[in-house]
Design a protein around this ligand. Structure first.
Ligand code: ZN
Length: 279
């Protein structure tokens, strides 16, 4: 059961279940459904709910960085994601927590959480984070990055950053994270620039956004563990390289439980509060 809704010039489809026949293929690419997870930030409750919701709907897991930082469960999150993901690229927090100088650019709260995480990580997990590759990683027909294809630490927040990237010939489909904003940006086949702004929708409802063959796209699955787009629910996406569709998901999780763990861990109160505002 689904219905279409037109938002500006962008047409989304609301689905209760994923599209059928996704393995029919698109072009010469092997048709795969990729679960895109980004900015988990040591939030185990959010990650577990997202994985449960995504179960059976994907074939491979791609992780766009920031497994840790801010939240109370760095080791448990790494244990969960490590055997699941085909590719994990590093985020700025993963780097900072293993001693990279990028931590010096963090605000004081992020720095406190970084130090807490560094002390908490087991030596094995510390080594694992340290070994993560930088993006971009190119896959069949698209690439994944943490921040931007030009610099893993850059933020693609608005047209100022997105438009030049979309115009550069290297960009066809780029999946990115780092901003914690679900959605993205596009250049239509007629070279019209648009922000992909997602409407609020009910818990668990899938927002399917079909990609046009000649369009160019910067796609952000949103943040699992610390959304900042005004919706506190955990965010992720499934990119279907066969149907050429991205499906955006949003789901509630046991936020009070995560907050209680953060309190017990002595993490900064402002980081605990911001989770409930989704900012
Ligand atoms: Zn992040």
């Amino acid at each position: 059961m689904h219905h279409d809704q037109k938002l500006g010039r962008i047409r989304f489809t609301f689905l209760r279940t994923p599209r059928p026949n996704y393995n029919e293929g698109w072009g010469r690419n092997p048709a795969l459904r990729y679960l895109l997870l980004s900015d988990i930030h040591s939030n185990l409750e959010a990650l577990e709910v997202c994985l449960k919701l995504a179960q059976g709907k994907y074939e491979q897991v791609l992780c766009l960085g920031d497994l840790v930082g801010y939240g109370p469960d760095p080791n448990a999150v790494i244990e969960k994601i490590r055997p699941l993901a085909s590719i994990i690229i590093r985020g700025n927090h993963d780097k900072a927590c293993t001693g990279h100088p990028v931590a010096a650019e963090f605000n004081p709260l992020a720095r406190l959480a970084t130090e807490w995480t560094r002390n908490e990580l087991t030596p094995e997990h510390f080594g694992f984070l340290q070994s993560l590759p930088a993006g971009p990683v190119r896959l069949e027909g698209f690439q994944i990055v943490h921040g931007s294809p030009l610099d893993e630490d850059d933020y693609i927040l608005g047209p100022g950053q997105a438009f030049p990237l979309l115009r550069s010939p290297g960009t066809q489909i780029v999946c990115f994270g780092h901003t914690h904003h679900q959605g993205g940006f596009m250049l239509s086949p007629q070279a019209r620039f648009q922000s992909i702004r997602l409407p609020l929708r009910k818990d668990g409802l899938i927002l399917a956004f079909p990609l046009e063959d000649q369009g160019r796209y910067l796609l952000n699955p949103g943040s699992i563990g610390q959304p900042r787009d005004g919706d506190r629910r955990a965010a992720f996406a499934i990119f279907d390289s066969g149907q050429h569709v991205i499906e955006y998901f949003r789901t509630s999780y046991d936020l009070p439980k995560t907050q209680e763990k953060m309190r017990k861990a002595g993490l900064p109160p402002l980081l605990i509060q911001r989770l409930e505002h989704g900012r």
